[in-house]
Design a protein around this ligand. Structure first.
Ligand code: FES
Ligand code: FE2
Length: 411
């Protein structure tokens, strides 16, 4: 049988469409697992190998309980009357109501519904309406908790938790620094946040939008020269700009799996740059808890009071509460924290709940994103093959995160 010209063209077109569909399907199969966080998925398993920030220490008073969510799991965080934090699965073993709505008694948590009580290991120790001592092996899951610099971290993985080490940075532990913590919850996948933190180019655009704050001002709209290298802790990102004849070098000691450890400009004129950790914690596949820890050197009582007042004022701001306004281009009147957060919110939430990576179009300037994905693919491959993943270790004496180098001759 022979095909006439138009039939042959039709067949070619169909074949092209089919191979394009196959290509997209293959790409989708590769990208989709990157954004999954729940138990039983490779990325869920990888993420469960790490400690995660789940709340600010000040958000939970002694003798109180509250609900938190991490990696798609509902948890009851409570602080014993003596001040120690504990974490249980947030579902009573009896008839499955939320445990955080109950009472804290000593270091134990009693369910509001019928009074079953659990100790910090999740073991049921009392069932008031049942035969005394009949609680036997009834239990709920419990998880290790560690507090560091005013942030509560939890470990949801298998076996013993790793030593709490990776997120520690010398600056946070120095004498004479003021520590400021804050958090926001945004309605999009954690990986968008992580990729954004390895995308130093966005600073030259997103942080110039609406209003140029001290961050956009210090970084300017100049496109940086970028370089990336894998470290024991994660990725070293270096962005170099020549500003007013001086070479500005900004480094991120980016810490796996999502800690952007970086330096940001001072809020007030003449102040030192602020060493900051931004953690983009997966609450579930479509929500992210952004926790920031900032270390500001203490100087004079007046300057300390001024900076404390500024950060206290930022405490209740959450970009999500201003969604419509922000997408309409109305940015907060603020020099740094609220403004920077709002600008990032618009671009990241603007990508959708889970960015459709199949239809993106990466360029050379996205090398940080490609670099991160290569590492993630490598680690996921190890998980799928039952091989060990990399044991990440913090860098004891990291690079200077921000500096101006010598005057450049060309200017
Ligand atoms: S549901 Fe908790 S005691 Fe009944
Ligand atoms: Fe940003």
């Amino acid at each position: 049988m022979t095909l006439d010209n138009s039939s042959s063209q039709k067949l070619d077109k169909q074949q092209t469409q089919t191979s394009e569909q196959q290509r997209l399907q293959k790409l989708s199969d590769r990208m989709k697992p990157l954004a999954e966080t729940t138990a039983g998925t490779p990325m869920g398993e990888l993420l469960r190998k790490f400690w995660h920030p789940i709340a600010l220490s000040r958000s939970i008073d002694p003798g109180k309980a509250r609900a938190v969510r991490l990696l798609g799991e509902d948890l009851a965080l409570y602080r014993g009357e003596g001040g120690k934090a504990h974490l249980l699965a947030n579902r009573c073993a009896h008839r499955l109501t939320k445990l955080h709505t109950g009472w804290v008694e000593g270091d134990e948590l009693r369910c509001m519904y019928h009074g079953w009580k659990y100790n910090a290991h999740g073991q049921c120790v009392d069932r008031p309406a049942e035969r005394a001592g009949s609680h036997g092996s009834i239990r709920v899951n419990s998880y290790p908790v560690h507090e560091y610099c005013g942030v509560v971290f939890a470990y949801l993985g298998e076996g013993e938790a790793p030593e709490f080490d990776l997120y520690r940075k010398p600056k946070f532990e120095e004498d004479g620094v003021l520590l400021f913590q804050r958090q926001e919850i945004w309605p999009c996948n954690w990986l968008q946040h992580a990729e954004n933190s390895l995308d130093a180019v966005h600073v030259s655009f997103a942080h110039q939008m609406g209003k140029v704050g001290v961050f956009g001002d210090a970084i300017t709209d100049q496109v940086p020269t970028l370089s990336y290298e894998e470290t024991s802790a994660g990725i070293k990102q270096t962005a170099v700009r020549v500003i007013d004849g001086k070479t500005q070098v900004r480094v991120s000691d980016w810490t796996f799996p999502y800690g952007n450890h970086v330096s940001i400009p001072a809020v007030h004129e003449g102040g030192a740059w602020i060493e900051t950790a931004n953690w983009m914690v997966p609450i579930d596949d479509t929500h992210t808890l952004r926790v920031s820890l900032r270390a500001v050197p203490s100087t004079t009582p007046d300057a300390d009071a001024k900076i404390s007042e500024y950060f206290d004022g930022c405490e209740d701001y959450c970009s999500t509460d201003h969604h419509d306004d922000l997408f309409a281009g109305n940015y907060p009147e603020d020099p740094l924290v609220r403004l920077t957060s709002a600008q990032d919110y618009v671009v990241l939430v603007g990508q959708g709940e889970i960015a459709d990576r199949v239809h993106e179009c990466l360029g050379v300037s996205d090398q940080g994103i490609a670099f991160l994905r290569r590492i993630l693919f490598r680690e996921l491959e190890a998980i799928r093959n039952g091989k060990p993943t990399k044991e990440w270790r913090r860098i004891e004496n990291g690079s200077t995160l921000f500096q101006y180098k010598e005057e450049t001759a060309a200017n």
